[in-house]
Design a protein around this ligand. Sequence first.
Ligand code: COI
Length: 360
Amino acid sequence: MWENMEIGLEKAGPAQLKVKPAQESLGFGGHFTDHMFLMKWDRQKGWHDAKVCPYQPFILDPAAMVFHYGQAIFEGLKAYKNTNGQVFLFRPRDNFERMNSSALRMCMPRLPVEKVFKGLKALVYLDRDWIPTVPGATLYIRPTMIAVEPALGVRPAGEYFFFIIMSPVGAYYREGFSPTRIFVTDKYVRAVKGGVGHVKTSGNYAASIMAAEEAHKAGYTQVLWLDACDRKFIEEVGTSNIFFKINDELITPPLGGSILPGITRDSVIQLALKWGVKVAERLITIDEVIAASNDGSLQETFGTGTAAVISPVGEFCYQDQKYLVNNGTTGPLAQRLFDELQAIQNGQQEDPFKWITRVG
Ligand code: COI
């Protein structure tokens, strides 16, 4: 039935069009474009009623299962516009494939990737005037699936909404591309193996908020998560994957089931390998990082993610001790990765990996 799914188009009328915010002071995720994509799923019809329509609220039953048991998954990707007005998406199919892995783990229906991709391209093209053009600003795209069947039994829901909304954004962190300060927590954990840490499901983010709040109160930008069993192996930083450059080797924790398989993480690994940088996906403990900081072999640390792109770490705090990384400044590899990724994403540079898709 997916194959026969047409995508409807309802354009916003003049009275529904919003005033666009100033591009210089966007912040992250506070403004939304004029249109959205929406489609529905139930057991009888599968995916149906796919449409691009004016951005609008939903009316949901208070018993909708997402409110009670949290069957909700999402993705984050971005659209970019170059100086000629051409529009690009970065690795969009990878996001929808990852969403399908999340759907499988959360007992939610599989997305028809090509149809959804067609809907996304129509949406981005329609709202292309919302894509910021000032340096550092982009259009963040949030595909989301939620369980909407009204029922209180704990089981997979029989009805879902899938929607895509879009938000013009500036930098995710207040620091922008400047180095962040990171608090290493051994009090809270993010995920356990066998759980859903590798899944982009909303509950993971809800569960992370308290640790992040405590870190903010102590003056830090984000939390560095350690593994749940030994509380010594490094997992992720905030909502991003993490990399360390030690003795000229780029090290990142392996995807062992508790870490999100980041698309920016994968892009960074591929770029670094292409440049001849030695890369290791291996377990790394906080003690190894501290030892490297103490003996001067820790050259750089940075987070990677769609929202944060590359986010250098200038300092971390573990058990009341503070450690500076690269004297608190952005390292050359983080800078090169940031510049290269941005140039590819903006269509300003050759794209040897075929990562970008032109929309219009
Ligand atoms: C992203 O990097 O796209 C994310 O999903 C992180 C987000 C929670 C802001």
